[in-house]
Design a protein around this ligand. Structure first.
Ligand SMILES: Cc1ncc(COP(=O)(O)O)c(C=O)c1O
Ligand SMILES: N[C@@H](CCOP(=O)(O)O)C(=O)O
Length: 463
């Protein structure tokens, strides 16, 4: 398998070169040239595999033998050895039609650990076997940054700089990132929002001279390996459903912002995993809901909500979806992306919009509704949802049909977002790894939302 760009102007690359490239050199996103197909017989054979075994099966379709099996297995064992649950991503039954896939048992209590524990190992491996310098640059609305730092802290040959929006992440998220005192970590707290942070890093990745001079590597979901690692738990969740749920239509509701998580589900479905509706759950930053309903994709005004990690207007992976929506037509993708850059909006209609509405259902959840859902499931099911997961559950309630089953992804642990939970006067117990953070000194540099200033900080750090 080779990897190509959604914009069609990059020579096909192998797996490791694709990981190192991150954002495609033509400004697009890397995708596999052919999506492998997994038969239902193979899926049945995979039913009893552990998370780690499933990971190896899925990756074997994508790595071209560039990483020897034994090395990959060791990396996978080390990555998921850090999780607090033996199943890595356990599936919990809430009622006959609702299952929750808990994705928050990794070191930083959010779903990002699933891919980023592995990426930390992978970058370390690439640095060792290829002698590549790994200088990671990432943007975060709170969870990617913490998970990426946890994935690489203290690893030799790697430096990491993360931009987060100043005072727009939860206190726990800020502490998780900024209490790490390893010399290979730089936290820039940017006076702006997540979209501003993401825009700056994309511009820096697009500056090929700067990217190559400072060996910039991506950990955000612009990097295809993030998407691939996230497909594993889609397979795991569907295969682990109990007998009573098998044979029914299985929908998956995904709290969404940058569109990376749900794009992994789209890929899993294209590989042959039987998924009914992929339900996009967002908060009041509901650009994706508007797209699914009307065909218009138009970043609007940024809103701060109870689910700050999804406070995103410009969804990075949307371009990957456009590529498949247009029948893998990179000329069409180039057209749409320049229209978006020039006019601030694009629109699909007719058959394309019908296809969007076949691929996805969507709901933008209002702040009050998010809190209502947290309260309802706490009192009726004794289950405490974090505000992102609550948006997912609200979308399940809106879109799951009679006789259907829905797996909703719990993308974070509620202890990360006590700002919202405490509004309901629910007292939660904090895991010791989180409770202990407040006593530690913080390390971060507050910077203006100014590309020149950020560039200067990076030049000093990556020297
Ligand atoms: C807790 C949580 N839920 C949901 C999301 C949205 O995921 P994605 O950006 O992959 O759409 C994020 C951030 O990415 C997150 O941190
Ligand atoms: N919600 C994310 C935003 C970045 O998304 P990514 O999937 O592209 O890394 C975060 O927590 O940082």
């Amino acid at each position: 398998m080779q990897y190509i760009s959604t914009r069609g102007k990059v020579e096909p690359r192998g797996f490791i070169d694709t990981v190192l490239m991150g954002l495609a050199d033509d400004g697009g996103l890397m995708v596999p040239d052919v999506i492998p197909s997994v038969s239902s017989a193979t899926l049945e054979e995979w039913r009893n595999l552990s998370f780690q075994e499933l990971f190896l099966k899925i990756f074997s379709y994508y790595t071209n033998g560039e990483i020897p099996d034994g090395d990959l297995k060791e990396m996978v064992e080390r990555s998921y050895g850090t999780f607090r649950h033996p199943e890595v991503t356990p599936l919990k039954e809430i009622n006959d039609s609702l299952y929750i896939l808990e994705l928050f048992h990794g070191p930083t209590f959010a779903f990002k650990d699933v891919a980023l524990q592995f990426m930390g190992e992978l970058y370390s491996y690439i640095s060792r076997v290829r002698g590549e310098i790994i200088h990671i640059l990432g943007a975060t609305s709170g969870d990617t940054g913490a998970a990426a730092i946890a994935g690489v802290r203290g690893k030799e040959g790697i430096k990491i700089c993360i931009l987060h929006p100043h005072n727009k992440v939860s206190k726990v998220q800020e502490l998780q990132m900024t209490t790490v005192d390893d010399a290979n970590v730089l936290n820039l707290s940017v006076q702006g929002n997540f979209d501003d942070c993401q825009k700056v890093i994309k511009e820096l990745f697009a500056d090929l001279e700067f990217k190559s001079k400072y060996h910039l590597r991506a950990i955000n979901s612009i990097n295809f390996v993030r998407i691939l690692a996230q497909t594993v738990y889609y397979f795991y969740a569907v295969l682990k459903l109990p007998q009573a749920a098998q044979g029914k239509t299985v929908n998956i509701s995904v709290p969404s912002g940058n569109f990376g998580n749900i794009f992994s589900g789209y890929l899993a479905k294209k590989m042959g995993l039987p998924i009914g509706k992929l339900i996009i759950a967002t908060n009041e930053n509901n650009i994706l809901e508007r797209f699914v309903k009307t065909g218009e994709y138009k970043p609007g005004d940024f809103k701060s909500t109870h689910s700050p990690s999804m406070d995103i207007q410009v969804a990075s992976n949307f371009e990957r979806y456009l590529y498949y929506l247009t029948g893998e037509d990179s000329a069409a993708v180039n057209g749409y992306m320049s229209k978006l850059a020039g006019e601030g909006a694009i629109k699909v209609d007719g058959q394309l919009l019908e296809q969007v509405q076949t691929d996805f259902a969507a709901l933008g959840v209002k702040n009050d509704e998010c809190l209502n859902i947290i309260g309802k499931y706490k009192s009726e099911a004794g289950y405490l949802l974090d505000p992102h997961t609550a948006c997912g559950v609200a979308a399940y309630e809106a879109h799951n049909g009679p006789g259907e089953v829905c797996i909703t992804f719990a993308t974070a642990h509620p202890a990360k977002f006590d700002e919202a939970i405490s509004l309901l006067k629910i007292a939660q117990e904090f895991p010791p790894q989180i409770a202990g953070l407040a006593a530690l000194p913080q390390h971060m540099t507050v910077v203006e939302h100014d590309k020149a200033e950020i560039t200067r900080q990076l030049e000093e750090f990556y020297i």
